[in-house]
Each structure stands twice: as structure tokens, then as C-alpha cells.
Design a protein around this ligand. Structure first.
Ligand code: NAD
Length: 685
């Protein structure tokens, strides 16, 4: 619990001092005894104070002695058990039996407990602590002991970047807040979104209708749809805002972005709720996307402060200063699957580094994109610095990419579109005076290798969440499980059963794990791949979304087994809840299969063999490799994200090199040897 909470930046939910849990035990004892008419209290402990306390409450509350029992482990505390029995209490002696391995784990736990510094048994048998102290109230005993034990070191406040914690939906008040946001947003559906160019709003004849993928008849919003003329105007606006914005102090630019993060934090449930409606993201996924957007803001703001300090390399008589200038106008072209985070990341990276932006969101998520633009306006980013151009990629993309005044294209999306953009941007136009730079984060066909000695409980869980979280519509999703022969049958059996238990439902429902896919086009494409899969492998599981498919774009999880590595369903990015399972002879073969695609984005290995994990580190060709855990959910700074081969060109998002792509390095050298006196400056002019 402690490790998991720390890794999520959540408060630690369990007691960290033994006396606190002893104290809590006593509170629970009282609760049980007070309710003995409904419950049958049983007290399993070798701590005599806890047991004596239970007996005392029993007497106080007049609980008949047959209404509760004391339990002790066979072979331990036999004398105490005898004593309680002689005093007329019901005593149950218990002993574990069954399989050896879980039994060993149990015994190890007992050993750790009984020998721990705070153990009652250790204190009474090994340390001969006085009976008075042993029987003290836990809180009092803690105070007495504290005199002899140094207090724990307080944790030093850290300067480190801390990821924005995701919401803990196990807490009622968080569930309520999210439900309220969903109710509020559901009343606001149908909003209209204009283009924003140079701070002015424009409606267009043609519009883009954004629908709730869980209920296709429900319209989330209607956005204007930019034309090539709007693109030209937006680029002019961005160019004219560039002069001032690029000269705005770095400190101020960073503060604008931090203010935007603060707004997102305040409105996190509302933003997540819009994602639930517009992109069919289940609660936890939508919430995590908002956290990531906040992280991008905070991280890039911190990075630009560091990056803006010039590097000096001086020698006597010469000063050398190395620093960065912004590039100019950045076209940000974003996908819908992380509708706030990716858009925010690319946009604030451009802004932090002093560039101005023409922002084109995906056709499927203009409403959430408009929320980001509104936040950037609210914090006071000047007009023209961010120009908002929702529109159809094929219609306005060429104009935007080809514009002679666009200096950099920051794109995240599919491989086909990314390669097209790269090609077009490479064509120089006579009006152009810079060579365009392209950052293109593209798709993946990510694999998890399951070794023959892997912990299958963990491997099944990791593959399942990586393959079917957000219906497999993450660029990092696992779409191939490569399993070694010896573990294959058992793994497949467990995976299929576990997948069958996933809750499919509308994204607004908190219990939904598998929501809809984004739109009809995606649904049709995924169904086509499923049909193809039936000819290329064996369909081991096809979950039926039932009636949901009548009202929303639902596709249930599908698992194909015995798939040849070169099959199309094992090579193409399907971007849906379709997983192929491939059998490998040995670990070398598994690596060969894993690397046998054009992509290199994410990958994972479940293994207990240090040798195989070491090989994976060296030979698995992916940008983000995860060992013995799921392969999605990269966090800013902790796991900078991005791939290579056909998965992307560019440095990792949320990593230390990302911002450098948005700047031009410049070096200035000054000869500082004095050659006579400089004439005094004429102060009169
Ligand atoms: P997409 O390529 O269809 O669209 C992405 C963006 O490009 C959209 O804004 C779209 O309007 C625009 N676009 C489309 N045609 C264009 C053109 N001719 N010129 C200019 N722009 C054009 O991708 P998508 O469906 O929105 O997103 C899913 C894809 O994104 C998947 O392939 C996924 O793997 C990938 N992805 C990659 C990463 C990563 O970090 N590597 C992250 C998220 C998504």
C-alpha cells in the first residue's frame, strides 16, 4: 500500500506506526462487541493487551462469553490459549493447510511480523519488557518507547518535479465530485465552438459535429470548421504575434503556463467529464489525461527556466555564450485519444520556448480542445499567440503544412498522416526562408513478452489492462502478447477468463472498464480486422457488447491466439480492443518476433530471469520498455514518452530533450581584449 501510494503521489492510506494499528484494533474490537447481536466477533491475536481489552469490552457491554471467540495459531502461544480457555472463553486454534507455496508465503509473513521490532511477542519473549509496559494503551506505550527510540527522520521537502496525482476514486467525495461534474456537463452538451484567429471568433458555414461515442445520437458540441483561407489568416496572426511573444521574458511565459495548469487543477473534474462525453473515456482514463496535461504545463515551465540560462564558455579575452531562440510559428496537429494532454503538451512546449501557435485539434475532439484554448485566454496569453483552427485534417492540413510561414510542425497521430506531413514539409517553396522541422509522434504495434518463468498473475493483469484499457485506443497499448511455449496454454486460459470479466459499458458509468471506440469509422475498421483475424488466427474470445452496440460505437474485447507473427493482424496498428497472442519457442525467438514490425514505440517483458531482462534491455527495439509491469500510462518526467523506427521522429514528450526541438541554438562570441577606450556614449540622443 505504501509503495503504491507513493508511486501515485497519494497520501499513504495505512497506518505507518505499529501502535496506530494496535490502537485501531482496539477501536474495531469495541465496534464488533457493540454489534455482537448481528456479528460474531472473533479476535485473532497473540497480543495479550489487545485480547485483554477485547475481554474487558465484552464484560463492560455484557456480551455473553459464548458470543465471541479468541483465535490463536497452532504452535504459538499455547500457554495463553490454555489460559483463556481456563478462564472460560471460547478459544479456537487454527492452522494453515493446503498448497505449499502459498503456505510458505504465509509463514514468511508470520516470521516477519513476530520478529519485527514492534512485535508484542518479541517484546515479551526476547526483550523481557515489563508487564506494565506491555499492557499499556498503545498510544501511551508509544510515548514511553519514544524516549528510548529516536523519532523517524522527517522527509526533506523535495525540489523534484512531482507528477499531478490522479484522483483516487475509491474515496467517496471524489466519486461525488466526478458525478456532479458529469451531471453539470450533461446539461451543457451541444455547445458551439468558433475558430479563434488573432483573438477574434469566427463561425463557419460548414461545421463539425462532435458526438458522444457511448450514445451516438447525443451531440456534445458543434464546432466551426476552418477553410484554407482561415489557415492563411491564422498563420499571419501567429507570425505577427511572434515578435512580442518571443521577446517576453522566459519567467513570464513560464508563469502563464503554470497559471494554466492551476486552472486545469481547479476544473479537473469538469475537464475530465467533457472527455468522458466527447471521447468515451472511462472515468479513470479521463482523469489521468487531465493530470498529464497539468504535468506537461508544470514540467515544461520548469524546463524552460533551466534552458533559458545561457551556457558560458569564457576564456581570458573572449566570452562565448550559447543559448536558444524560438523558431517561429508552430503548427500543432493533435489526435483525439489523449484529447487534452497531448494537445496541451505540444502547445505549451511551443509557448514556453517563445513560439506562437496555430492549433489544429482532431475532428473528434474539438470541444475539449476549445477548453484548453479558453484556459490559455483566461490566464492572459495575448491574442494571436494561440490561434485555434478546428477543421478537417485532409482539407486544411496541406495548407497549414505547406505555408511558407510555418517553421515547425508538431504532430501526433497515425503513421500514414505523419509520413505524409513529413514529406510535404520537406518540399521547399520559393517564398520560404527556413527549412521546416517536423516532430511526428506516430503509431505502434506494441508487444509484451511473457517468459516461461513469468508470474502469470501479474502478466495476465498487465497484458489485460495494457491491451483493453481505453478499448485499446492508446498509442502505447499492447496489441501483441508473445508467450513462451511452456507458459502459453496456461497464460491463454487465464487471460481469456480474466478478459471475459471486464465490464463493458457507457463511459459515464463509473464501473465501466471498456467503453466505446471513438467513432463509426473506427468501429468499422476494427470489425474488418476482426473478420480478417478469423482467417489468420484462432478467435479465442469475442466479447459481445450486446445492446450497447445499437446506441454507441462499441466493440467488445477480442483475443486471437496461435497467430503467425507476420499476419496482418499482428503487423498493422488496429487501434481497438483486439489482441493477438503469438507463441515463441524461446526468449530469443520472442525478441525476434517483438522486433519484427516497423514500429518501435512501447514494449514489455514479464520474466523472473535476470539474464532475459538484461537481454531485453539491450535488444528490445522500443522507445519505452517496461519490465514486469503494464506498458501504458507513461508519466511526464518519470517515463518520457516516444518511439523510433516508424513510430516517430523526435525527442520524447515529457522528457529533458523535448523543448530543444522548439528552439534554435545560437552561439555568440565576443572579443573582450581592450583595444583603447570606447568613445563615450552620446547621452543627448
Ligand atoms: P490521425 O493521424 O488520423 O489524426 C491526427 C491529426 O492529424 C488530426 O488532427 C487530424 O485531423 C490530422 N490530419 C489528418 N489528415 C491530415 C493531413 N492530411 N494533413 C494534416 N493533418 C492531418 O490520428 P488519430 O486517429 O487522431 O490518432 C490515432 C493515432 O495517433 C494512432 O495511430 C496512435 O498510435 C497515434 N498516437 C501516437 C502517439 C505517440 O505519442 N506516438 C500518441 C497518441 C496517438
Amino acid at each position: 500500500e505504501t509503495v503504491v501510494a507513493r508511486s501515485r503521489n497519494w497520501p499513504i492510506p495505512v497506518y505507518q506506526r505499529k501502535w496506530q494499528s494496535d490502537d485501531n484494533y482496539e477501536r474495531q474490537v469495541r465496534f464488533l462487541m457493540e454489534n455482537y447481536t448481528w456479528l460474531r466477533p472473533a479476535f485473532g491475536s497473540h497480543n495479550l493487551r489487545s485480547l485483554a481489552h477485547a475481554v474487558a469490552w465484552g464484560r463492560q457491554l455484557k456480551v455473553p462469553s459464548g458470543a465471541y471467540e479468541i483465535q490463536m495459531l497452532y504452535g504459538m502461544g499455547a500457554e495463553q490459549a490454555q489460559l483463556f480457555s481456563e478462564l472460560g472463553h471460547r478459544v479456537r486454534i487454527y492452522t494453515p493447510f493446503g498448497e505449499l507455496i502459498p503456505g510458505m508465503a504465509y509463514l514468511v509473513r508470520r516470521l516477519l511480523e513476530n520478529t519485527s521490532n514492534d512485535s508484542f511477542l518479541r517484546a515479551s519473549f526476547a526483550e523481557n519488557v515489563s508487564i506494565e509496559e506491555l499492557l499499556m494503551k498503545p498510544a501511551l506505550r508509544a510515548v514511553t518507547r519514544a524516549v528510548t527510540q529516536p523519532p523517524p527522520e522527517p522527509e526533506a521537502p523535495s525540489e523534484k518535479f512531482l507528477n499531478e496525482p490522479n484522483t483516487d476514486f475509491s474515496l467517496e467525495h471524489n466519486r461525488q465530485a466526478m458525478q456532479e461534474a458529469i451531471d453539470t456537463v450533461s446539461d451543457e452538451l451541444g455547445i458551439e465552438i468558433p475558430l479563434i484567429i488573432g483573438g477574434k471568433r469566427f463561425d463557419t458555414k460548414q461545421t463539425i459535429v462532435s458526438r458522444n461515442p457511448s450514445r451516438r445520437k447525443q451531440i456534445v458540441g458543434k464546432s466551426a470548421s476552418a477553410t484554407p483561407e482561415h489557415v492563411a489568416q491564422a498563420v499571419v496572426a501567429a507570425r505577427s504575434a511572434f515578435r512580442k511573444w518571443s521577446r517576453t521574458e522566459t519567467q513570464f511565459r513560464a508563469e502563464y503556463i503554470e497559471l494554466a495548469a492551476a486552472r486545469m487543477r481547479e476544473r479537473r473534474f469538469e475537464l475530465a467529464a467533457w472527455e468522458v462525453f466527447e471521447c468515451g473515456k472511462p472515468w479513470a482514463e479521463a482523469d489521468a489525461d487531465v493530470s498529464e496535461a497539468i504535468d506537461f504545463c508544470m514540467y515544461y515551465a520548469a524546463q524552460i527556466r533551466r534552458l533559458s540560462i545561457p551556457r558560458q564558455c569564457d576564456i581570458p579575452g573572449e566570452e562565448n555564450s550559447y543559448f536558444y531562440r524560438p523558431r517561429g510559428v508552430v503548427a500543432v496537429i493533435a489526435p483525439w485519444n489523449f484529447p487534452l494532454a497531448i494537445l496541451t503538451g505540444m502547445t505549451v512546449a511551443a509557448l514556453a520556448t517563445g513560439n506562437t501557435v496555430v492549433l489544429k485539434p482532431a475532428e473528434q475532439s474539438p470541444v475539449i480542445a476549445s477548453m484548453l484554448v479558453k484556459i490559455l485566454e483566461e490566464v492572459g496569453i495575448p491574442d494571436g499567440v494561440v490561434n485555434f483552427l478546428p477543421g478537417v485534417g485532409e482539407e486544411i492540413g496541406p495548407e497549414l503544412i505547406g505555408s511558407p510561414d510555418v517553421d515547425l510542425i508538431a504532430f501526433t497521430g497515425s503513421q500514414a498522416v505523419g509520413l505524409g506531413i513529413n514529406e510535404r514539409a520537406a518540399k521547399t517553396d520559393l517564398r520560404q526562408d527556413t527549412v521546416k522541422r517536423v516532430i511526428a509522434e506516430m503509431g505502434g504495434k506494441n508487444a509484451i513478452i511473457v517468459d516461461d518463468d513469468a508470474n502469470l498473475d501479474e502478466a495476465v493483469q498487465g497484458v489485460l489492462t495494457s491491451a483493453f484499457g481505453y478499448s485499446g485506443q492508446k498509442c502505447s497499448a499492447c496489441s501483441r502478447a508473445i508467450v513462451l511455449e511452456a507458459a502459453y496454454d496456461e497464460f491463454v486460459k487465464r487471460l481469456v477468463n480474466a478478459t471475459r470479466s471486464l465490464a463493458i459499458g457507457v463511459a459515464e458509468e463509473p464501473g465501466t472498464f471498456v467503453g466505446p471506440v471513438i467513432d463509426e469509422e473506427a468501429q468499422t475498421r476494427i470489425h474488418e480486422y476482426i473478420e480478417l483475424g478469423k482467417t489468420e488466427g484462432r478467435l479465442a474470445l469475442a466479447c459481445d457488447p450486446g445492446e450497447l452496440a445499437q446506441t454507441g460505437y462499441f466493440v467488445g474485447p477480442h483475443i486471437f491466439v496461435d497467430v503467425p507473427p507476420e499476419a496482418r493482424i499482428a503487423q498493422h496498428e488496429i487501434f481497438g480492443p483486439v489482441l493477438v497472442v503469438i507463441k515463441a519457442r524461446d526468449f530469443s525467438h520472442a525478441l525476434e518476433i517483438a522486433n519484427g514490425t516497423k514500429y518501435a514505440l512501447t514494449g514489455g517483458v514479464y520474466s523472473r530471469s535476470p539474464g532475459n531482462l538484461k537481454r531485453a534491455r539491450a535488444e528490445f527495439e522500443v522507445g519505452n520498455l517496461y519490465l514486469n509491469r503494464g506498458i501504458t500510462g507513461a508519466l511526464v518526467e518519470r517515463q518520457p514518452f516516444g518511439g523510433f523506427k516508424m513510430s516517430g521522429i523526435g525527442s520524447k514528450a515529457g522528457g529533458p530533450d523535448y523543448l530543444r526541438q522548439f528552439v534554435i541554438p545560437v552561439n555568440i562570441t565576443e572579443n573582450t581584449l581592450r583595444r583603447g577606450f570606447a568613445p563615450p556614449e552620446d547621452k543627448s540622443t
